[in-house]
Design a protein. Structure first.
Length: 330
């Protein structure tokens, strides 16, 4: 069994590496096909017109204009494999340093939202599944269907308007208070500024896990062992604790790992709405500013998170369900 699991993990790691490589190539091709002129976007047409030819040539060399695309990609890939992500053209800093700061902000936001959405979605699904056909079941289903069809950016704007503008109980943006030095920022300040973005991601991430858990709980409640437990007098929380928790929790956990991509994708829009200086906002700035080294590095980091979450979900499914493990080994 351990040998089969090891082979399965090895194959999935190889597939993930190939997917990351393909993603980096597609990102590079799209960046090269972009109609945005990096010099005009970052220097300005008026400034370019007042520069000498030597100054323009230096700028073109700095932004990589005119070099062979194949040479650029091979050079970037060789440096990236050695651990050198290059220098950000916008921030004038090593890409690794920029990503370290942005990723720390995004991870704090996404991990919080991921945990909250998983816990809330699981318990909503359990309550709905154990009360099938009742008013609370209809309420949970209606909520999930409404949220799943609501654009993330629209929900973010709505929460910002209500809690930040009307009620004025939460900040409207940024990750730290304005005008405070880095040494003076406390952990509470970071949590206070992350409440609205994390709440937005949590609300949008609830529906899938809740609906999946609901269907699983309905199947559990209609199973023969639960009917036998009910005949012995078990009901409510006792019935759920003995027969429903383990059977519903493990599939929900594996599904939630697969939902990492949704949290990551939603964070890009949420960070833009709340001006939250995370990885998503940096990706947008890098794309609009043709910052190739930064955008390529962010793409690789994002792909590793997304594909890694999917890989963990697949592995957990194999561990939970022996039928999937045997099929994958065959």
């Amino acid at each position: 069994m351990e040998k089969r699991l090891g082979i399965q993990i090895r194959n999935k790691v190889i597939r993930m590496v190939l997917l990351v490589l393909t993603t980096s190539m597609l990102t590079f091709i799209l960046m090269k096909a972009s109609p945005i002129d990096p010099l005009q976007a970052n220097v300005g047409q008026a400034a370019l017109g007042s520069m000498s030819r030597e100054q323009v040539e230096k700028l073109e060399e700095y932004w990589g204009v005119g070099e062979s695309p194949v040479k650029q990609y091979v050079s970037w890939a060789a440096d990236f494999i050695r651990g050198d992500m290059g220098t950000s053209l916008l921030y004038r800093q090593p890409v690794a340093d920029v990503i370290a700061v942005k990723l720390a902000n995004s991870l704090f936001l996404m991990v919080t939202a991921w945990i909250l959405s998983g816990i809330l979605g699981f318990f909503l699904g359990v309550i709905s599944g154990m009360n099938r056909g009742r008013w609370i079941d209809r309420l949970v289903k209606g909520y999930c269907l409404l949220i799943s069809s609501t654009p993330t950016f629209w929900l973010a704007l709505l929460l910002l308007m209500v809690f930040g503008v009307w009620l004025k109980i939460l900040p409207v943006g940024l990750s730290v208070p304005i005008g405070v030095e880095a040494a003076g920022v406390t952990f509470f300040d970071r949590v206070y500024h992350a409440v609205l973005p994390a709440l937005t991601l949590s609300i949008t991430g609830v529906s899938n896990i809740a609906l999946h858990t609901r269907e699983k709980m309905i199947g559990i409640m209609e199973s023969e062992y639960v009917l036998f437990a009910r005949a012995r007098g078990e009901k409510g929380l006792v019935l759920f604790w003995h027969h429903g928790l383990r059977n519903a929790l493990l599939p929900a956990i594996t599904l939630h790992f697969a939902a990492v991509s949704e949290i990551f994708g939603g964070s890009v829009l949420v960070e833009q709405v709340f001006s939250y200086p995370g990885l998503g906002q940096a990706a947008v700035s890098a794309g609009l500013g043709s910052d190739m080294p930064l955008l390529m590095a962010i793409t690789i980091i994002s792909a590793l998170f997304v594909f890694g979450g999917n890989m963990i979900a697949d592995i957990l499914y194999g561990i939970v369900d022996p039928r999937i493990r045997k099929g994958g080994a065959a």
